[in-house]
Design a protein around this ligand. Structure first.
Ligand code: GDP
Ligand code: MG
Length: 335
């Protein structure tokens, strides 16, 4: 699509240390010469932590682009979100994850399993905590996992802009430093961008040598339609109160590119669990749905660099969070 600002997810077939020239004359030997062989580092860095500590905010700040939705509520992130950062000499695949918490039901156990899987498959772990809620069983549980997997980890103490007394940081850093051999402990404000450069420096230093997996301009591996659905879901988190956003799953029914109009037509369904939730999402005279649509459309246009037509529908899919088929259909379970 011409109006898309960039191709988000091409997979690279050429790696910097595998570029070769082939030469040879008819009948003569084929010479294979490596023309470029420099150390390049690459790997997965999982961002893990309790819900609401600022993991998705950090990923967006690192990429200087919003690819992961955020909200002042826990359990906003439901999937593994890949954010690719490429610079001269390295490529980091950051994996944003759902918050690790004591899951009360099957659906939330699935979210936690997604986060733990990302933790296990990473080359570097970025463990994030909120200094206000630094100690407790969740962080203990994550520390236990770090000790078990032996992956190099850094501790990121986020939201330092909210700390009244910066002197509180030192005992926190000491306490955590005694609990695990962190390669670095970095106080940051993901929201303001303070300390983010230090995180990058540490992650790069811990990455193994490896190829460049994605082209330099790739930002993620998910299709555009996934981000359209996520941005709609985020607006619901921001505009609709109480428990309703948790009962929402957004699906994309149609994603049609109309190049001659530089337009993408998107039709999307907001699935809820009950009739009463449907009424709230629609709002009096359709006002709420209109506002969700307006705000989502503006962000999707920024994200895709295109004009967007956005049609929203609301459907009751009874208790979808307990329905394995619905979970599969909505992309929250792989098999
Ligand atoms: P996640 O659940 O860990 O992904 O957390 P989010 O990234 O969704 O952030 C949760 C809330 O914390 C949002 O309201 C963010 O704006 C807020 N937040 C994230 N980082 C910071 C920070 O450095 N300082 C402050 N004051 N708030 C932050
Ligand atoms: Mg998140």
């Amino acid at each position: 699509m011409k109006c898309l600002s960039k191709d988000l997810n091409k997979v690279n077939t050429e790696t910097p240390d595998e570029r070769v020239t082939l030469s040879g004359s008819a009948g003569g030997p084929l010479l294979v010469q490596v023309v470029e062989k420099k150390e390049f580092k690459s790997g997965y860095a999982a961002i893990v932590g309790a819900p609401n500590v600022g993991k998705s905010t950090l990923l967006n700040q690192i990429l200087k682009q919003k690819i992961s939705i955020t909200a002042p509520k826990p359990q906003t992130t439901r999937n593994r979100i890949l954010g690719i950062l490429t610079a001269s000499g390295y490529q980091i695949m950051f994996v944003d994850t759902p918050g690790i918490h004591k899951a009360q039901d099957e659906f939330n156990r699935g979210l936690v399993a997604t986060a733990l899987a990302a933790l296990g498959e990473s080359d570097v772990v970025v463990f994030m905590i909120d200094p206000e809620f630094a100690y407790g069983p969740i962080n203990e549980y994550i520390m236990g996992n770090l000790r078990r997997i032996h992956t190099p980890a850094i501790l990121v103490i986020n939201k330092v802009d909210t700390l009244r007394n910066k002197g509180d940081l030192l005992p926190l850093m000491q306490g955590y430093g005694e609990g695990f051999d962190f390669k670095a402990i970095i106080p940051v404000s993901a929201l303001k961008g303070d300390g983010v450069g230090e995180i990058l420096t540490e992650v790069v230093s811990l990455l193994p040598e490896g190829p460049q997996y994605y082209p330099g301009d790739s930002v993620t591996d998910q299709p555009e339609r996934f981000f359209a659905a996520e941005l709609i879901r985020e607006k619901i988190f921001h505009l609709v109160h109480q428990e309703i956003p948790y009962a929402v799953a957004v699906t994309i029914d149609r994603f049609s590119e109309i190049p001659e109009k530089k337009l993408i037509e998107i039709e999307s369904t907001i699935n809820v669990e009950r009739e009463s939730q449907k009424a709230i999402i629609i709002g009096k005279g359709g006002q709420m749905l209109k506002e969700i649509g307006k705000q989502a459309r503006i962000e999707i246009e920024t994200f895709l660099g295109c004009h967007i037509y956005l049609g929203l529908f609301v459907r009751v899919q009874k208790n979808w969070r307990k329905d394995p088929r619905a979970l599969l259909e909505f992309g929250y379970r792989s098999t």
